[in-house]
Design a protein around this ligand. Structure first.
Ligand SMILES: [Zn+2]
Ligand SMILES: [Zn+2]
Length: 228
């Protein structure tokens, strides 16, 4: 897809493509209800937009998985994600915006970023691999390193790992997670979970912390012994 045709896409189309990408990245089923949830819109609007995206040849129906990207749709989604995450990093590192606010700001700015500015930003930031939340930034040609990550909530007692990334769409969650020291690269040892679905007791960079079970589902860990 050329730059020109991408620039004709509406904000709504771009938001949908990024939301679909996000679900796919997390290995979640891309259903109407999941998208309605993520985008905070009515299921009927999702159904309508999915039809439009299918007509534009960006998505197709996949048995058991809801919808999935066509190769062309995936390429554009990767570009949108690249814009979003580069802007987040720019805002955090150069402008000094706190990490719990960059997502919201980037969401507004991502639609306006030209290919020229994208390249300049990437250069300025030394062609970065990850955004302030540890999420991978697709390269210019749309490649991404495969990572083997799991949620903090799914770790087994006594196992170790390193924080890979944190879900970035909830500012309150990010502030909470920051209080616990759960930034990308923090070293983790999962000690135990309190009974009846209670808090997780976790060593974070050598310091014992208790982390709410729900929050632990949004913190992603590279387990010890895993290659990346
Ligand atoms: Zn974001
Ligand atoms: Zn992010």
């Amino acid at each position: 897809m050329t730059e020109q045709s991408k620039e004709k896409l509406s904000r709504a189309v771009e938001d949908y493509l990024r939301a679909i990408y996000k679900l796919e990245e997390r290995g979640q089923k891309i259903s109407t209800s999941a998208l309605a949830d993520v985008l905070n819109v009515a299921p009927a609007s999702v159904t309508k937009m999915l039809k439009r995206l299918a007509t534009m040849n960006f998505v197709e129906h996949e048995p058991y998985y809801g919808v999935g990207f066509t190769p062309g749709g995936k390429k554009i989604a990767l570009e949108i994600v690249r814009h979003h995450r580069l802007i987040e990093l720019f805002l955090a590192e150069i402008v000094g915006v706190p990490w719990d606010r960059v997502h919201e700001e980037a969401h507004q700015l991502e639609h306006a970023l030209s290919e020229y500015l994208e390249d300049r930003l990437s250069q300025l930031l030394d062609d970065p691999d990850t955004d302030p939340h540890g999420q991978p930034i697709p390269s210019k040609d749309g490649t991404l390193v495969t990572r083997h990550i799991q949620t903090l909530a799914s770790m087994k007692e006594g196992t170790k790992g390193v924080v890979a990334e944190v879900d970035d769409d909830d500012g309150d969650l990010l502030r909470y997670v920051a209080q616990k020291g759960l930034f990308p690269q923090a070293e983790i040892r999962f000690l135990q979970q309190e009974p009846y679905g209670g808090a997780l007791v976790v060593e974070v960079d050598g310091k014992e912390q208790s982390v709410g079970a729900e929050a632990a589902q949004h913190v992603w860990i590279t387990p010890e012994g895993s290659s990346s």
